[in-house]
Design a protein around this ligand. Structure first.
Ligand code: PEP
Ligand code: MG
Length: 839
């Protein structure tokens, strides 16, 4: 147990700045023989990647994990600064607690500090006391009866049979992907590896067993290893957990740009009012029109399986064979889906394969076969049992993995009972619109787009695997349409409009004909629209709207130009920071920004500074658990808390600005004060790198910035409205919530009124306004946004040609009238009805 003696407490100190404070706290540890002097540099470096300000006047500087060998003994120091020192802008620290911990003892320290942290009076007393013992007594984790409660003491040097306690920080807890990373690492060691959490213990080499622990983000797990390579195993696993287990930003997928849409005329029925009899509304998940008979996917009823088998050896071999075959199928799926939809989406199949290699699962089945059961029966029972356990977990993400396990279960079962894939999904051999409650990733990936013309599901959201895979397969899809769709009769012809999220079962002859024409026209129109992509978007009555691209990768800049983009209205720089263990260097960023600016050949490139944190964690930034990450450290707030990282991004952008027309945009600005602070930093860095003057603008994506737009407009160079976040924060509806997908509609009049307010404020000051949220790509929304006098619409590259074509067909005067009426509506559905009438 780490302890804090009075000899390690310095009272009445003064520090010129944060670095000086860290140096002094470090010097106490050096003097006490706890660390080598190099560790103090490591403590400094840590500040560039992690916030060590705990809150309430306390900071906990500590070194980077890779520098642990510079620690000679675990120890703590406290520097009392009665007059405080500014740690981060606006954050004053009175107690600097230097930590040198070789393993996980700092968790005990943190717990202790957290107790103190909640009590402001105690902090202020400790900040002024002249009694070192009082500080030592209050902060020494070893002196508290109750501390540390959760993590049991663990020795500083790891060894065989020992354990480490570590916090699961990455992503959303130990769900499938991180668990599979953990399990793969654990399997590299010969030692027996066990993981405990909240009174449950799992085999660290078993995916199912790990998932059943139900560890949520911020949970502490105890890892024990027993065997010849225990020390190495513990070290590797601890570091892997600490660095997020390769967890990526799932939220990067939370609001995908809508897939290519070909404008209003493709949608069917063009003049449909939302209350048209029989029209079912769901969530638009993959664009396009499908006309085909509905087919209810009835999963093969569980066949009656023989429970007992006479030849155990044959059952063992059948089972092994089925598992091998299933593994090969999953490998193939991983490859093909990776090619079509990207590695991130394909990784779910790698996680599925991990289930198959799970020793606990496989051993359990063999054990049952030894007991006289047939392979199929043993497998089904084992999967059911494990999946039910998972489904019962309180964390919805982990509970959702039960579906993945059942998906794997069905794959192996099909092979065991020797059904082929087509039989398994019992699809007819003619064109259909597939109707299902939900589809598993395997179901969707194995659909034949020649026969499955459309997908309609009762559940799911636009960001579900079904939706993402359907888009990659180019199958029009409507999801989240409710259980009513399961009542529709198979064989009945329907028209599914994946751009609008509607389905019309059993259309009359006239409507069917119109749908056919719309579908036919869509193909032709697509070609025409592409050909006209370079023409400007000018309404029939002469109003021009700039159409820009949202991009998030270097090659997309060129694609944006080729698609007719007139600027990049939003470069999401997160792509440079994700999927890696260290932040990108200034040089790497500079090269990327410069390459994009050059590809644009003088067209404007709006570079949004890093919008990470909160729901988009980065593995190399350790952040405290947040109950509401969307309301936590994200966007500009996070950048301000990591000044070195922020500066290096600004340096890179401003250096690249000499090679093109670059503008800088800050995400999540909530006040004038924040903008001023960001702009001042831009100016400081610009002088440092001798860069050109650039426009500096902000995303308007939280209600405060829309409401304060008049004051902000005096200072910013431009606004870009992020309707994805503005909608979620205005309506208090999570943007990725599948059940709320339909209601979290950017056409809600409250959101439109904020757009209106922002535009009027900006124009009053002679500034321009763009919209770069997904709403800009919604064909129903474009006329309203244009009618509200938005100057620029920035959309995904595939949407550019259609949007331009749509604008060329509309009249600005009509758009203004439509916008005026939309502002007077009382619900998004009313606004949508208006756009239906107006079409
Ligand atoms: C938005 O919030 O609308 C936006 C464009 O930003 P992001 O989707 O990257 O959060
Ligand atoms: Mg946003």
């Amino acid at each position: 147990m780490v302890s804090l003696g009075p000899e390690n407490v310095r009272i009445g100190a003064h520090a010129a700045d944060k670095a000086d404070a860290i140096r002094q706290a470090g010097a106490i540890l050096v003097d006490g023989g706890y660390i080598q002097p190099g560790y103090v540099d490591s403590m400094m470096r840590r500040e560039t990647v992690t916030a060590t300000y705990l809150g309430n006047g306390i900071a906990i500087p500590h070194g980077l994990p890779q520098d642990r060998e510079l620690i000679q003994h675990t120890g703590l120091s406290v520097l009392q600064l009665p007059y405080g020192v500014e740690w981060n802008p606006g954050e004053v620290v009175y107690l600097v607690v230097g930590i040198a911990a070789r393993s996980d003892e700092h968790i005990g320290v943190l717990q202790k500090l957290t107790d103190v942290l909640e009590d402001e009076a105690t902090v202020m007393r400790l900040a002024r006391t002249q009694d070192v013992n009082e500080i030592a007594a209050a902060l020494d984790p070893a002196r508290s009866a109750e501390a540390p409660a959760a993590p049991a003491p663990s020795p500083p040097i790891l060894g065989a049979g020992q354990r480490v306690d570590v916090e699961v920080t990455g992503g959303t807890g130990l769900h499938a992907r991180p668990a599979s990373v953990f399990v793969s690492l654990a399997k590299q060691f010969n030692s027996d590896i066990r993981v405990s959490h909240a009174g449950k213990t799992a085999n660290g080499k078993s995916m199912v067993s790990m998932l059943r622990l139900g560890v949520e983000r911020g949970g502490i797990i105890s890892i024990t290893a027993d065997g010849p390579d225990a020390a190495k195993a513990l070290q590797t696993l601890r570091e892997a957990v600490e660095t997020g287990l390769g967890e990526e930003d799932e939220a990067a997928h939370a609001a995908p740009e809508p897939a290519v849409q070909v404008g209003r005329p493709e949608s069917f029925p063009p003049e449909a009012a939302p209350d048209e009899p029989g029209l079912i509304r769901g969530v638009a998940a993959a664009p396009g029109i499908a006309i085909a008979p509905l087919h209810q996917l009835r999963k093969q009823a569980d066949e009656v399986l023989d429970q007992h088998a006479v030849d155990a050896a044959a059952e063992h071999s059948d089972f092994d064979h089925a598992v091998d075959r299933a593994g090969a199928e999953l490998e193939e799926l991983h490859r093909t889906v990776g090619r079509r939809a990207g590695e991130m989406e394909a990784r779910i199949f790698a996680a599925h394969r991990e289930f198959l290699e799970d020793p606990d699962l496989v051993d359990a089945v063999h054990h049952r076969i030894d007991g006289g059961e047939s392979a199929a029966f043993a497998w089904r029972e084992t999967i059911d049992e494990r999946a039910n356990d998972l489904a019962a977990l309180s964390d919805p993400l982990l509970a959702g993995r039960a579906n993945d396990l059942r998906d794997v279960g069905a794959r192996v079962m099909r092979l065991l009972v020797r059904r082929n894939e087509a039989e398994a999904t019992t699809l007819p051999d003619h064109e259909i619109i597939l109707v299902a409650e939900d589809l598993t990733p395997s179901d969707t990936a194995s659909l034949d787009p020649d026969l499955v013309k459309g997908i309609l599901t009762a559940l799911g959201g636009p960001n579900s695997h079904t939706a993402i895979l359907a888009r990659s397969l180019d199958i029009p899809a409507v999801v989240g349409a409710g259980h009513q769709v399961l009542e529709l009769a198979s064989g009945v012809t329907a028209v599914l409009d994946g751009s609008r999220g509607t389905v019309l079962p059993d259309p009359d002859a006239e409507r069917l004909e119109r749908a056919r024409q719309a579908q036919h026209g869509a193909g032709q129109r697509r070609a025409v629209v592409l050909e006209a992509a370079y023409r400007p978007a000018i309404t029939v009555d002469g109003h021009r709207v700039e159409i820009a691209a949202n991009i998030g990768a270097v090659p997309e800049a060129e694609r944006a130009v080729n698609a007719g983009g007139e600027a990049v209205g939003l470069l999401r720089t997160e792509f440079l920071f994700q999927d890696r263990t260290d932040p990108p260097s200034e040089e790497e960023q500079y090269e990327a920004y410069r390459a994009m600016a050059e590809s644009l050949g003088g067209l404007p490139l709006i570079v949004r500074t890093l919008d990470a944190g909160g729901d988009k964690p980065l593995p190399y930034i350790s952040m405290a658990h947040e109950d509401n990450p969307f309301l936590g450290q994200r966007g500009i707030r996070l950048s301000f808390s990591m000044p070195d990282l922020f500066r290096s991004q600004l340096r890179a952008i401003l250096r690249a600005a000499s090679h093109g027309e670059i503008k800088i945009m800050f995400p999540m600005i909530t006040s004038v004060h924040e903008f001023r602070r960001g702009r001042a930093l831009v100016e400081e860095v610009r002088r440092e790198v001798d860069g050109p003057n650039v426009d500096v603008g902000i995303m308007v994506e939280v209600p405060s910035s829309a409401v304060m737009a008049d004051l902000l407009a005096r200072e910013v160079d431009f606004f870009s409205i992020g309707t994805n976040d503005l909608t979620q924060y205005t309506l208090a509806m999570d943007r990725g919530h599948p059940a709320l997908a339909r209601e979290a509609d950017g056409l809600h009049p409250a959101v439109l009124r904020m757009v209106d307010q922002t535009v009027r404020a900006a124009h009053g000051e002679g500034k321009w306004v763009g919209v770069c949220g997904n709403l800009a790509a919604d064909p129903a929304a474009a006329p309203i946004l244009i009618g509200l006098d938005v100057d620029e619409l920035s959309v995904g590259v595939p949407n550019i040609p259609a949007l331009k074509a749509q604008i060329r067909e509309m009249a600005y005067e009509d758009a203004k009238e439509l916008a005026r009426r939309a502002l007077a509506c009382s619900a998004a559905s009313e606004v949508r009805a208006l756009t239906g009438e107006a079409a």
